[in-house]
Design a protein around this ligand. Sequence first.
Ligand code: ZN
Length: 134
Amino acid sequence: MLRKIEHLGIAVKSIDETLATFETLLGSSCYKIEEVASEGVKTAFLQIGESKMELLEATNPASPIAKYLEKRGQGIHHIAFDVEDIHMEIDRLSKAGFQLIQASPKDGADNKLIAFLHPKSTEGILVELCQEKS
Ligand code: ZN
């Protein structure tokens, strides 16, 4: 079951240069900056009520974020949904014909297990499923 929008992922050229704008906009301070080396990204998280914003900066030119910025510029990169059981959701969605970018969940930022659905199967929107690690 998808329970809520956990966060919106926003691709930015530089967290240092954009964080203050988002902190002022949301009236909320960044509570965590974390690098996910396997994804080639640095992330910064801001809390808004029950949801979050995740700023994503590329840490190398091969990073999916670098490619995204090159093609589309800064903006909303993905929507992440909180799920109770990520394995069950992956199973349910693949049976329903959605294309998973990876077949099994992997470690993401902010203490999460994550999996992405390919935008080809979700009307052009990159969707992330995430489950809090216990
Ligand atoms: Zn995310």
